[in-house]
Write a protein that binds this ligand. Structure first.
Ligand code: 5GP
Ligand code: ZN
Length: 113
């Protein structure tokens, strides 16, 4: 997608701290972190949101497993971590290329605002 920020990062047109990459997935540090660790994990394939997924079970499962592995790598499993998937503007989604937020390193409140 030409105008998508995350596709531009993937094409190296915008700089970002890439913390993981494989053939179908990549992960970057959030530019405006909401926790000591705040990583965005996403597929390389441009899909706008969870609600635009139809037969993407394997991709979603893979991205979630990468989030789990990054949490382990960052040591977040010791105190707990949160994985968030905002879907739609009303739920706080601002970049319409599906991504999981991996947040950790501080206590988390529930319910989220
Ligand atoms: P959303 O609001 O769509 O769930 O999450 C989008 C996230 O992308 C936000 O947390 C925001 O800080 C992050 N973000 C937006 N633009 C950039 C960017 O250019 N680089 C990086 N690394 N993160 C970005
Ligand atoms: Zn994109």
């Amino acid at each position: 997608m030409q105008d998508c920020i995350f596709c531009k990062i993937l094409r190296k047109e915008i700089p970002a701290q890439i913390v993981f990459e494989d053939d179908r997935t990549f992960a970057i540090r959030d530019v405006n972190p909401q926790a000591p660790t705040h990583i965005l994990v996403m597929p390389k394939k441009h899909v706008a949101s969870l609600h635009d997924c139809s037969s993407e079970e394997s991709m979603l499962g893979h991205v979630l497993c990468i989030a789990r592995n990054l949490a382990e790598h960052e040591g977040l499993h010791k105190t707990g971590y949160r994985v968030v998937l905002n879907t739609g503007a009303g739920a706080g989604q601002s970049v319409f290329h599906i991504h999981f937020h991996l947040l950790g390193g501080r206590p988390m409140k529930w319910p989220p605002g």
